[in-house]
Design a binder for this molecule. Structure first.
Ligand code: GDP
Ligand code: IMO
Ligand code: MG
Length: 429
């Protein structure tokens, strides 16, 4: 058995897409196992940019199979648009595409409910991507109003399920918002019947498929979405997403046991970003933060929102690394820091006068955390053309050493630009 997993260790957008694309070269199957089209993974090569939300980033490599397992919530319209976009650009996809019959389906009521709920939170907004992800996972947990990909094939049952759920949702929406426009069950059914016809050929039991593939020695790559600190159970609740976006989600989302994975790669930015609400101890709400945003083009892949930027936080990222159980790190976007004279790294928090390297479980404590910063010299050289670790300026190497030491994991990959080629594979002898 051979499986690798790629997990974000911060609050998402760590450049997992780039790493997945790179590693796909040595894999046969790429698997998305949680989240939905709240994810936005960017892949760049040959002067082309691809943005993937529901399809695994490996779909762009010829001969590689793509699997979307039961832990993912699927908006069929978004899925088909993405698939068509790639087909239009590349003349089709080359490997097999499989979708789990267990995956839950996002319906218009999920998006309508999320809009009402977020509006109702006022200043306490989570700042979600408004894709109906949380409301779909909520219905999955609630069971009574959930529809899975496997249910789309049963057209008679689908029509009556859509009818009764729409009736219920219209009552809920009207109670929450007197101006809510009622949803039309028949219209939704007709729309989803069309999606079902196009998607059914891909729907199968992906769990069994993956078990057999692993037993046959096929190399599987798991592509995490979001990041460990956005994990519903282990992240900065309630400012999190609705799935297990740390390493904890691989098994629950795919049915492949953790022990099948022999290399767990934690992806980190050389600094920190966050989209949406929630405490962010190293946030730079100043010109340095704006400089990082400009240099790193830190605007959301999905929503276009400016990302909040700050220094590398070893307390938060170290916690992410521990809950996900990573073997090594991929440090991304190092080039973004190149023009700064001085850099800072958060090595501890001070909470109520106490210094700690433990990441608080309670939001109020995190909000009260003051970062203890270590200052490091910048390098002031363009590093985007560097391909070997020894060719990096000594200050950049020293910066990486501090990151590795504070997280307690070796660095296997360093990224110095968005392109596939702009990568340093670190060999450890
Ligand atoms: P993901 O969600 O984790 O896949 O990350 P996103 O795609 O949302 O955001 C990462 C952004 O950084 C994308 O625009 C990438 O093209 C870009 N990127 C990836 N690696 C690097 C890098 O090393 N340097 C720079 N400057 N940009 C990078
Ligand atoms: P990738 O895979 C960054 C954030 C949202 C919001 C919170 C909840 O590209 O790294 P949701 O719509 O999931 O209910 O929103 O989670 N969020 C992400 N932030 N990258 C992502 O995905 C994210 N997916 C969700 O901004 O704060
Ligand atoms: Mg992203």
């Amino acid at each position: 058995m051979s499986a690798t997993s790629v997990i974000g260790l911060q609050w998402g957008d760590e450049a997992k897409g780039k790493i997945v694309d790179l590693l796909t070269e040595d894999h046969d199957i790429v698997v998305r196992y949680q989240g939905g089209n709240n994810a936005g993974h960017t892949v760049k090569f040959d002067g082309q940019t691809y943005k993937l939300s529901l399809l695994p980033a490996g779909i762009l490599r010829p001969g590689v199979d793509s699997v979307v397992t039961g832990g993912v919530v699927i908006n069929p319209r978004a899925f088909l648009e993405e698939l068509e976009g790639i087909t239009d650009r590349n003349g089709g996809i080359d490997g097999d595409l499989l979708i789990s019959s267990r995956a839950h389906v996002v319906f218009p009521w999920h998006i309508a409910e999320e809009a009402v709920l977020e509006r109702g939170l006022g200043g306490e907004k989570i700042g979600t991507t408004m894709r109906g992800i949380g409301t779909c996972y909520r219905d999955k947990a609630g069971r009574a109003h959930a529809i899975r990909m496997g249910d789309l094939v049963q057209l008679d049952t689908l029509r009556s399920r859509v009818g009764s759920i729409t009736e219920h949702k219209n009552r809920v929406l009207a109670a929450l918002d007197p101006d809510a426009v009622p949803l039309d069950a028949e219209k939704i059914f007709e729309e989803y019947r069309g999606y079902a016809e196009r998607l059914v050929p891909y729907v199968t039991d992906t769990t069994t498929h993956l078990h057999k593939a692993l037993a046959a020695g096929r190399r599987v790559l798991f592509e995490g979405a979001q990041g460990s600190l956005l994990d519903i159970d282990h992240g900065t609740f309630p400012f999190v997403t609705s799935s297990n976006s740390s390493g904890a989600g691989i098994h629950s989302g795919s049915g492949v046991p953790e022990r099948a994975i022999d290399r767990m790669i934690g992806v980190v930015k050389a600094y920190t970003t966050r989209v949406g609400g929630g405490p962010f101890p190293t946030e730079l709400d100043n010109e340095v933060g704006q400089h990082i945003r400009d240099e790193g083009n830190e605007y959301g892949t999905v929503t276009g929102r400016p990302r909040r930027c700050g220094w590398f936080d070893a307390v938060a990222t170290g916690y992410g690394a521990r809950i996900s159980g990573v073997d090594c790190l991929a440090v991304m976007l190092l080039d973004v820091l190149s023009k700064l004279d001085e850099l800072q790294v958060c090595e501890a928090y001070e909470i109520d006068g106490e210094r700690t390297t433990d990441f608080p479980g309670q939001l109020e404590e995190l909000a009260a955390a003051r970062p203890v910063l270590r200052t490091l010299p910048g390098w002031n050289v363009d590093i985007t053309g560097v391909r070997r670790l020894e060719d990096l300026p000594s200050q950049a190497r020293a910066y990486l050493d501090v990151v590795a030491e504070l997280i307690g994991s070796p660095i296997d990959i360093v990224s110095v630009g968005p392109d596939r080629e702009q990568t340093i594979m670190v060999s450890r002898g």
